[in-house]
Design a protein around this ligand. Structure first.
Ligand code: ZN
Length: 317
């Protein structure tokens, strides 16, 4: 309920006119969603990673029970399944994943869960993936060819693609739980409107600094960079990679080659080498969130993305 109220308040500040779907909300669906003593048990939904959880929670509101499979702080790229994960999927009605090869552990986990009534939703359905969009300075020592096998998975960091993920989640939830269709539609519409506003803010702000080049610690921002006409160069593909002296040398060369404006670290990751590198190169170093960790309130997406925008704006000036 709190969420809905918040959406309405936010909605008042926006110039957009309301579009269509709210009229379809039936009193029955509203009652079912609001009733604390509803006879029918709520649909149990499990979302794999934080951004997918945020989008799912935003769409589901109180109409379904939404749980997160990988708690924030878990390293998602090389996650190994646990008995708890198997148990969560075994008792769920719906499983929602980011897809694009990010959740490599999932096929086996689902198999072990042996849940014949499980509905699976791929949040990245119909999203065109990027393979080679930004140069990645490959770490020399490590081999992780399994990584990003289906293209770069970080689509949620582009507000426009995030919108498509919300739509996929909405449609998946409606198919799995048609009784709450109206609630899912209304909630999704409110969240999408906020995503549209965020997109406009990014456009207006970053329009002023086309082709601004930045270096990130992991290859999470190619979609965002492409959307807003920036250039991302990633030092490593995934955050747990350690920087080798060769990586550092490559970074130095890259800074010169691409006229790099800024270095970005990642919250919660030890970036000692990047810190000393930024001093040597006289570049600012600030954290840019990939939203792989953070708070579980759906509004956290907008908070973290606006902080990212501020960091990018300051760096690209
Ligand atoms: Zn990542």
């Amino acid at each position: 309920m709190t969420l809905l109220i918040l959406f309405v308040v936010v909605g008042c500040n926006q110039s957009n006119s309301n579009q269509g779907t709210t009229t379809q909300q039936s009193p029955i669906a509203q009652e079912a969603a609001a009733s604390p003593t509803g006879q029918k048990p709520k649909t149990k939904v499990v979302a794999t990673i934080l951004p997918i959880y945020l989008f799912t929670k935003a769409v589901a509101g109180e109409a379904a029970d939404v749980a997160i499979l990988l708690p924030p702080g878990t390293e998602i790229h090389e996650y190994q399944s646990t008995p708890d994960a198997v148990k969560a999927i075994a008792t769920a009605n719906v499983l929602i994943k980011n897809g694009l090869g990010l959740e490599t552990f999932l096929d086996n986990t689902v198999k072990n869960a042996q849940n014949p009534q499980l509905t699976q939703i791929d949040a990245s359905k119909n999203i065109k993936v990027l393979n080679e969009i930004s140069p990645v300075l490959e770490p020399t020592a490590k081999e992780h060819s399994h990584e990003h096998s289906d293209g770069n998975p970080h689509v949620w960091l582009d507000p426009v693609l995030a919108k498509q993920q919300v739509i996929n989640i909405r449609d998946g939830l409606i198919a799995a739980d048609p009784a709450n269709k109206a609630t899912y539609q209304t909630n999704a519409e409110a969240y999408i409107k906020e995503l549209d506003n965020l997109h406009r803010e990014f456009q207006q702000t970053l329009n002023k600094t086309p082709n601004c080049t930045f270096i990130t610690f992991h290859d999470a921002f190619p979609y965002l960079a492409q959307r807003y006409n920036l250039k991302q160069v990633a030092v490593v593909e995934i955050p747990e990679d350690q920087l080798s002296p060769t990586d550092v040398q490559k970074t130095v060369n890259t800074v010169k080659k691409y006229q790099v404006k800024a270095l970005f670290s990642e919250p919660g990751v030890d970036n000692k080498l990047l810190t000393s590198l930024s001093k040597d190169l006289n570049l600012t170093l600030s954290p840019l969130s990939s939203l792989e960790t953070g708070e579980t309130n759906p509004q956290y997406y907008f908070q973290a993305m606006r902080e990212n925008l501020q960091k990018l704006e300051a760096a690209c000036k």
